[in-house]
Design a protein around this ligand. Structure first.
Ligand code: AHM
Ligand code: MG
Length: 358
């Protein structure tokens, strides 16, 4: 057998071992799933397992607050007003940020954190004498403009193994790693039901929160994105501010009678695309010439997840998102992500029309 074919067989057998290890005749909780999958991790020391469990705990706490947001005086602007990027910061953003930081600080598995809501990295003092090897980045509550109107929002997270010496403090370079170096990534969607979807590079699995027992339960095994679809997701209100090639692609979607779905919460839009297929676009606009979304804690984790499910993610310069070199913690980038055939179709439009004079 050729080497490439052998490698493919080996990879397939890894994912088969993982799923064979997970019972399919009874409820499997997130904690059980993480523990049973631990041996598949490259560094099976239990640290990554602990981190994922801590994120699951934070997600449950945030979910509780998001669900009762309409009942308590927690909606609206936080006292702090704006975050470092100049975006309006909502009270629930602050709450979610604090809970995630708290859970990760107490875990002992994470040496530093970066968040959309904090200008700089946050160092986490060691909880035990054991050094911690991971850094975590997150957008605590993505799509916050949806909060006041009772629409779905999400948490996005990415986990990297630190590059710096574990005996010293973490450095910014531990965070400025390309997306290919992510060891785990995922999101929590606070929607009609709450779901946690994650990958450690061995496929994608989804867990739905059962509020009656307070546990995330395995509900979507080995998620695969549809190869193609007829739905696109973009803020078409900015049409006149898009580049020519993007306008031509959108015209084509409309000519082909593709459906347009746009929630305005990337986690929700990408989740729908993961399940039903489609393409999500946030290209450059006049307001955001480099794109609006953040590379490190929005685009990279969702790109890893969608690729693991069989999809593709690139920027509008046609570079694979996971290979974009980061130089700033809060760097923005353009993104096209979703069903592989649709991303390839967009690529062909960009190649064709970006060559034309305006
Ligand atoms: P946020 O992290 O400040 O909430 O911004 C990110 C959100 C994405 O979830 C969503 O896709 C996008 O911003 C919507 O932006 P727009 O209103 O420009 O379409
Ligand atoms: Mg966001």
């Amino acid at each position: 057998m050729a080497t490439a074919a052998l490698k493919k067989t080996a990879l397939n057998s890894v994912s088969q071992i993982s799923s064979a290890n997970i019972p399919n005749n009874r409820i499997v909780t997130l904690d059980e799933f993480i523990l049973r999958s631990e041996k598949d991790f490259d560094y099976a020391t239990g640290e990554l397992t602990g981190l994922l469990r801590d994120i699951g705990v934070a997600a449950k706490i945030i979910n509780r607050e998001v669900n009762k947001a309409g009942l308590v005086n927690i909606l609206g602007m936080a006292d702090s007003g704006e975050n470092q990027s100049g975006d309006t910061q909502q009270k629930l953003d602050v709450y979610a940020n604090e809970r995630l930081i708290e859970c990760l600080q107490n875990s002992g598995e994470c040496c530093a954190i970066a968040s959309e809501e904090n200008d700089n990295i946050i160092h986490v003092p060691p909880v035990t004498s054991k050094p911690s090897h991971y850094v975590v980045m997150f957008d605590p509550l993505d799509g916050s403009s949806n909060i006041d109107v009772n629409m779905s929002v999400g948490t996005i997270f990415a986990i990297y193994r630190r590059k710096s010496d574990p005996s010293g403090p973490a450095t910014i370079d531990d965070f400025l790693q390309t997306g290919t170096k992510q060891v785990a990534a995922g999101y929590v969607l606070y929607g009609t039901s709450t779901m946690l979807v994650y990958t450690t590079g061995r496929g994608v699995n989804g867990f739905t929160l059962d509020p009656s027992i307070g546990e995330f339960c395995l509900s979507h095994r080995n998620m695969r994105i549809p190869e193609n679809s007829q739905t696109y997701s973009v803020n078409q209100g900015y049409y006149s501010k898009f580049d020519l090639e993007m306008r031509r692609y959108i015209d084509n979607c409309s000519d082909q009678n593709y459906g347009l779905r746009y929630i305005g919460s990337m986690v929700s839009d990408v989740h729908r695309i993961l399940i039903q297929g489609g393409i999500f676009l946030y290209p450059s606009t006049r307001k955001y010439p480099k794109g609006k979304l953040r590379l490190l804690y929005e685009c990279n984790p969702l790109a890893m997840l969608i690729e693991q499910a069989g999809g593709k993610a690139m920027n509008t310069q046609l570079k694979r998102i996971l290979e974009v070199t980061p130089h700033d913690l809060h760097q923005r980038c353009t993104i096209a992500i979703g069903s592989p055939t649709m991303v390839d179709e967009l690529k062909a439009f960009i190649e064709r029309y970006s060559a034309l004079p305006l």
